[in-house]
Design a protein around this ligand. Structure first.
Ligand SMILES: NC(=O)C1=CN([C@@H]2O[C@H](COP(=O)(O)OP(=O)(O)OC[C@H]3O[C@@H](n4cnc5c(N)ncnc54)[C@H](O)[C@@H]3O)[C@@H](O)[C@H]2O)C=CC1
Ligand SMILES: O=C(CO)COP(=O)(O)O
Length: 369
């Protein structure tokens, strides 16, 4: 890969969360001349990071640029928050409401940094996406400019500068473009979009289907099975997204099918791994206890079930995984049940545009005037 491009405009960035993804993104931005603070709630991580420039718990082999300073475990002060240009959250969805609630009184609404979120989940209990959590905790002015980055992007590969592309979306086009510019590097491309809710839903839902394909692989099913689960998972995600009010086309983006394909086909995915180990017969509690990292699909399945029921969407795969995770149903029996569903039409196509070769052929068949 070509060397990192040093940007003209140097930003002061604060990354909240020093797990796999927060550390990786701090490294990415620190490597392109931005000043980076990395907040961790774990004191040992902060001390070790500042002494050795290594994270003792996540991406442990990697040496981080010396320009990154770790802070914590106390939350960043009002003074720090007033000086930064970018505030990036890389903590799991379940921890976001509390963190934002505690941070908000320290933030000046007349000096709001660029707010970026990379978590991929639905909050249990409220079924809220992050945009709504931001609105609830910080107010609508913050939510209107909140920006979301999502897409096929394993931390372990970004840190090795593998070419990566992601979707970046916000209700504010200007903020999406700012975030895109901040992250752009020869090994990292950003594609901006205007459907943050669709992008968020896609990122959260693909984790659920990654657990399902992991189960199938763990049970010993092969390539045909995985390909049909990914494709039918995409159809289901799109149906849920459309019923939710997102654009169905968003599910064809990097944050949609891109990330779905990645996480459903690689053991690097924690969600796929949860599924694979379930397929091999391990218990969910044991898998979560020993995973060492978050798999957001497990909690998201719970919120998703409520959404599916409320919107009355046909979602046999998501319902099936809910029953496995939360009702103790047997994984092999659920697989058999899915295959035993009666045949249905594959996809609801929009009205066909008249004209072109299809119309000519239909005329020849006497099916079109
Ligand atoms: N690892 C990856 O490749 C990618 C992860 N993501 C998303 O980024 C988010 C973070 O993932 P990872 O860093 O991989 O997870 P991780 O499990 O490696 O690290 C999570 C970090 O968040 C902190 N944390 C957990 N609960 C917290 C709370 N309640 N308050 C404050 N801090 C808390 C942990 O101490 C840890 O530093 C997740 O939503 C994940 O879906 C998105 C893209 C890629
Ligand atoms: O979202 C990811 C990559 O894009 C990471 O997936 P997992 O959380 O399943 O590891």
């Amino acid at each position: 890969m070509p060397p990192s491009q040093q940007t003209d405009s140097k930003s002061e960035v604060l990354v909240m969360g020093a797990g796999n993804f927060g550390s990786c993104l701090a490294d990415h931005l620190g490597d392109s001349s931005h000043e980076v603070l990395l907040w961790s709630r774990e004191e040992d991580v902060v001390k070790h990071f500042n002494k050795y420039h290594k994270n003792p718990k996540y991406l442990t082999d990697h040496s981080f640029p010396e320009t990154i300073t770790a802070i914590g475990p106390d939350l960043p002060s009002a003074d720090i928050l007033s000086k930064i240009d970018v505030l990036l959250f890389a903590i799991p969805t379940e921890g976001l409401r509390e963190t934002l609630t505690r941070l908000r009184p320290r933030m000046d609404e007349n000096n709001v940094p660029l707010l970026i979120f990379v978590n991929k989940g639905i909050e249990v209990g409220t079924q809220a996406l992050t945009l709504e959590i931001v609105a609830d905790t910080c107010g609508k002015e913050f939510a209107r400019v909140a920006t979301f980055i999502s897409g096929p992007s394993f931390a372990k590969e970004i840190i090795r500068r593998q070419p990566t592309s992601v979707s970046v979306a916000s209700l504010s086009q200007a903020h999406a473009e700012k975030a895109s510019k901040l992250f752009h590097q020869p090994w990292f491309r950003c594609y901006t979009g205007k459907d943050p809710i669709g992008i968020e839903l896609a990122g959260a839902l693909k984790n659920v289907y990654a657990i399902v394909t992991g189960i199938a692989d763990g049970l010993g099913f092969e390539n045909n099975t995985r390909a049909s689960l990914i494709t039918r998972g995409l159809a289901e995600m799109t149906r849920i997204g459309a019923a939710y009010g997102a654009s169905p086309l968003t599910f064809l983006t990097l944050a949609g099918v891109g990330d779905l394909f990645l996480t459903c086909s690689s053991p690097t995915s924690r969600n796929y791994t949860v599924g694979y180990r379930l397929g091999k017969g391990e218990k969910l509690e044991d898998i979560i206890r020993t995973l060492g990292s978050v798999a957001e699909g497990v909690t998201t399945t719970k919120g998703l079930k409520t959404i599916i029921d409320e919107l009355a969407v046909v979602a046999p795969i998501a319902n099936g995984i809910y029953e496995v995770l939360y009702e103790g149903k047997d994984v092999r029996e659920q697989a058999n049940l899915l295959m035993a569903h009666p045949p249905v039409s594959e996809i609801d196509l929009p009205e066909r545009r008249r004209g072109g070769p299809v119309s000519q052929l239909m005329k020849k068949l006497g099916l079109e005037e």
